[in-house]
Structure formats: structure tokens, C-alpha cells
Ligand binder design. Structure first.
Ligand code: SAH
Ligand code: SF4
Ligand code: F3S
Length: 450
């Protein structure tokens, strides 16, 4: 909590990196109103639950969290104080009215596109008015927010929001709204500020980040490839990443950037969801298996050491054993170094929620385990391959054990290294000594005295 902050703000965040980014921007917006962030809900003056609606039981989780936190509010009010409680994020967007009815303890409910309006919302809520704000305003929140404050050596920069793809299983187009790209100038200014505040790595964020098509002042439209090149020109930026991308939007310019821009890290999270053409079609992913393989090959031709990770959904309606096997084979063929995998869950309001050929829960579970085992095997194999190599590591934070720092390799592997705290925020050459199921262990490479 900063020294001049008089009021305590507790934000709890679920979901994707966009939500984490939004949480830190909410803190930026509330700081001038006297709110400073704290680590716990006790005695807070405001609690914001920044929620995620992507998979099952999202709404239930929010209600049980509200139940748990209510006692802090009751206590504070019994002592004559006031605590504002808010639900933000994608559950707020999707279930705003329902939360309003079911949870009288909640003072503010607002969706992801309204954060710049927080000062007015807080004013109303302080006047004992309950606020619901789930509009998709015409003017972007990005043009109205104060400059960002915090962030460490590995910083996130949101460049694009929303999604027009409408995969049949997904809530994002409904909770975040349609695709919107920020201006290249605004993004580059923010990158400079992040560097001035100590960032060495910048991760460009978007729900569909490579659909980026920002228009500059001269009226030219930039794609992600061009933007990456421009960010790479900033001296203080040493490493660039982007997430999450869609295979359909990997264009020639972006492929070229992977070859030409050394600061662009050789790791790409490229969700495919399934290796079966039939499933890809039912999911409305807008590409087939061959297209995906082709994209990976082109990217690897541009940058031979590129490592891929992906997202998978098992048990989508109609998925047969053969469809699942096609997914397993794709994982073997591409050789993903890591992956997130999920059992399909029907989301209210999405087209797939009306599909009837459901896969049994036990079948889904078995497929998930099988897929996760394969990915874990490939992950360990990849990690083992890096043992003995020297990798530049950006130390981001203290490690789990005393005297250790934690960072990531260029390939996004987590690594723990015995190192002095003063190296947090530095990029240091590390020899990888050991690979475990979850992370690497390394030692700082010693420079021989001449
Ligand atoms: N924009 C990204 C993904 C955003 S959601 C993309 O296009 O791939 C993150 C991941 O959650 C998805 O990749 C998908 O694997 C998973 N997911 C989304 N909706 C889901 C659902 N209804 N059931 C299970 N997993 C889901
Ligand atoms: Fe969801 Fe598909 Fe858009 Fe990704 S591309 S956010 S999965 S609708
Ligand atoms: Fe979740 Fe919303 Fe992100 S649903 S994954 S927080 S866009």
C-alpha cells in the first residue's frame, strides 16, 4: 500500500492475463481517489472480485466467494465503517442482473469495458446507490484511463480486446464484446513508460492478439508483425512475447517478425483445441488440421528453435474416440512443449450449449488424463533437452525457497536459481542443471577470470 493512500482496496482476480492486466489498471484508476492496494480483504474499504466466465461453475464460485467475504463487510459496518463490494469482469458482464438480485451485499457490478467509469460508479455507490454497468461504450476505456503505474521486469501491455471469431463453445465474444485494437502510438507510448518503470520484457496481450489491426494517426493499419518490430526498436525492451493468438490470424508479416526480430521470444502459445477436422468444424474454429500444421511449419521455417504450446478441449459434443486420437496424434506430430487442456463445459448462451450429442463425463475425464499424460511426457522431454545449456534468464521474483530467484527461459520454462535478490529484474546467463516435472533448476554461469 502506498504511503499517501488512505483507503484499502482488495482486488481478487480470476481468469486470463487480460483480467490481471485489467485489475492493475483498476488499481491505477482508483489510486487518485485515495485507494491503495492491500493483500487481504480484512478491513478493506473496497473489494473487487474480477471474475472469469470461461468454464463451468464460474457463477457459483463467485457467489461462494461473496458469501465468504460478506463477514468482513458485516464486521466493518458493525463498527460504523463502510466497505464497498464489487463484482467486475466476465461473470459480471454475463450475469449482472442475476447477481444484483441474488447478492444484495454487492454494491457495484460492472463489465470489462467500463473500468474507466469507475470514479463515477464509486461516487454513486458511496451515495448508497447500487450500480450495474454492463454497457459496451462507444469510446474505448483505453483512451480514458490514467497512465499505468506498477508492473515489474516482465510487464503486460494490452493492445487488443474482444473477439469476433465466435467459436461455438466460447463466451468471450459475449463478455468482452467485439474486436477492438488500440492505436500503435498509444501502445508504443505505454511500452516506453513500462521500460521507464523497469520493464525488460513486454508481453503484448489480447483475446485474439494477432487479429490486431491498429490504425495510426496517418490512417495506416498496422498488423501485429509491424507492431512487434516497432516495440523491438525501443532500446530498453529486451524480450517480447504475445498472447493469445489464433491460427487463422498468423499472417506473413507476423511469420517474418518471428524470423527477423531477435527480441521476439522463441515460444508461441497457439491454441488449436482439437486435431480432428470434424471437431474443428463443429467448434467453428475456421480452419482445419492441415492449415494448423502448415502454420506451425511456416513459423518454424522462419525461426527454427520455435517452441509451441496450445490449448485443448476434450469431450466437445460429438467427439468420438477417433476424433480424440486425431488430437493425440497432432500433439505428437507438432511436439508441443506444454499445453492447457480442459473438459468441455457448456456455457449458457453459446451455440454449443444447444448441442445434444454430449460426451459422457467419465469418457471426458479419461481423455483428459490421457492427453495430459502425453503433454507432461513431452514437457519433461523438452525440459530435459535444455539441461546443460546456458539460457538467458529474466529473474522476475523470489523463488519458493530461501535464497532462490524465479524466472523464465526464453522458451517460457519456469526456472529456479540460487541467486541474490538484487538480481531481480536482471537478465542473467544461467546453466540449466536439472529438469523436474514442473520446472527447471539452474546455476548462474560463472565468468572465468582471465
Ligand atoms: N482466444 C483464445 C482462447 C481464450 S479462452 C483462443 O482463441 O484460443 C482460453 C481457453 O479456454 C480456450 O483456448 C479453450 O481451450 C478453453 N475454453 C474456452 N471455452 C471453453 C469451454 N466452454 N469448455 C472448456 N474449455 C473452454
Ligand atoms: Fe473464444 Fe474462439 Fe474468440 Fe478464442 S477465438 S476468444 S476461443 S471465440
Ligand atoms: Fe475468463 Fe473473461 Fe478472460 S471469461 S478467460 S476473464 S476474457
Amino acid at each position: 500500500m502506498t504511503n499517501n493512500a488512505k483507503k484499502k482496496l482488495f482486488i481478487k482476480t480470476w481468469g486470463c492475463q487480460m483480467n490481471s492486466y485489467d485489475s492493475s489498471r483498476m488499481a491505477d484508476i482508483l489510486r487518485p481517489l485515495g485507494y491503495g492496494e492491500v493483500d487481504g480483504p480484512e478491513d478493506a474499504d473496497m473489494i473487487i472480485l474480477n471474475t472469469c466466465h470461461i468454464r463451468e461453475k464460474a457463477t457459483d464460485k463467485v457467489f461462494s466467494e461473496i458469501g465468504r467475504l460478506k463477514k468482513h463487510k458485516d464486521k466493518k459496518e458493525a463498527e460504523g465503517g463502510k466497505m464497498l463490494m464489487a463484482v467486475a469482469g466476465c461473470v459480471a458482464q454475463a450475469e449482472g442482473d442475476f447477481i444484483l438480485q441474488r447478492a444484495p451485499v454487492i454494491d457495484m457490478i460492472f463489465g470489462p469495458q467500463t473500468y474507466h467509469e469507475l470514479p463515477e460508479m464509486v461516487l454513486k455507490a458511496n451515495g448508497n446507490e447500487r450500480v450495474v454497468n454492463t454497457d459496451f461504450p462507444v469510446i474505448s476505456k483505453f483512451d480514458q484511463m490514467p497512465d499505468e503505474q506498477q508492473q515489474g521486469a516482465a510487464a503486460f501491455l494490452s493492445i487488443q480486446e474482444g473477439c469476433d471469431k465466435f467459436c461455438t463453445f466460447c463466451v468471450v465474444p459475449y463478455t468482452r464484446g467485439s474486436e477492438y485494437s488500440r492505436t500503435p502510438e498509444g501502445i508504443i507510448q505505454e511500452a516506453h513508460r513500462l521500460v521507464d518503470n523497469g520493464a525488460k520484457e513486454i508481453t503484448l496481450l489480447g483475446q485474439n492478439v494477432n487479429a490486431f489491426h491498429g490504425e495510426d494517426k496517418a490512417g495506416n493499419t498496422w498488423g501485429l508483425g509491424r507492431l512487434i518490430e516497432a516495440v523491438a526498436e525501443i532500446d530498453g525492451v529486451k524480450q517480447i512475447r504475445y498472447t493469445t493468438s489464433h491460427p487463422r490470424d498468423v499472417d506473413e508479416e507476423l511469420i517474418r517478425a518471428h524470423g527477423d526480430v531477435k527480441k521476439l521470444m522463441p515460444f508461441l502459445h497457439l491454441p488449436v483445441q482439437s486435431g480432428s477436422d470434424k471437431m474443428l468444424k463443429a467448434m467453428n474454429r475456421k480452419h482445419d488440421r492441415e492449415f494448423f500444421i502448415d502454420v506451425c511449419n511456416k513459423l518454424r521455417a522462419a525461426r527454427s528453435d520455435l517452441v509451441f504450446s496450445s490449448d485443448f478441449i476434450v469431450g466437445f459434443p460429438g467427439e468420438t474416440d477417433q476424433d480424440h486420437e486425431d488430437t493425440m496424434q497432432l500433439i505428437r506430430d507438432i511436439g508441443f512443449a506444454s499445453a492447457y487442456s480442459f473438459k468441455y463445459s457448456a456455457r449458457p448462451g453459446t451455440p454449443a450449449a444447444n448441442m445434444t450429442n454430449l460426451v459422457r463425463e467419465d469418457v471426458k475425464q479419461a481423455r483428459l488424463v490421457e492427453l495430459q499424460n502425453l503433454v507432461a511426457e513431452q514437457y519433461l522431454e523438452f525440459n530435459k533437452k535444455t539441461v546443460g545449456t546456458v539460457q538467458p534468464i529474466l529473474f522476475e521474483r523470489k523463488g519458493r525457497h530461501d535464497g532462490q530467484l524465479q524466472g523464465r527461459t526464453q522458451f517460457y520454462q519456469a526456472i529456479n536459481v540460487p541467486a541474490n535478490e538484487r538480481l531481480i529484474g536482471e537478465i542473467v546467463d544461467v546453466t540449466v542443471t536439472q529438469a523436474t516435472a514442473n520446472a527447471l533448476i539452474g546455476e548462474i554461469k560463472m565468468v572465468n577470470a582471465a
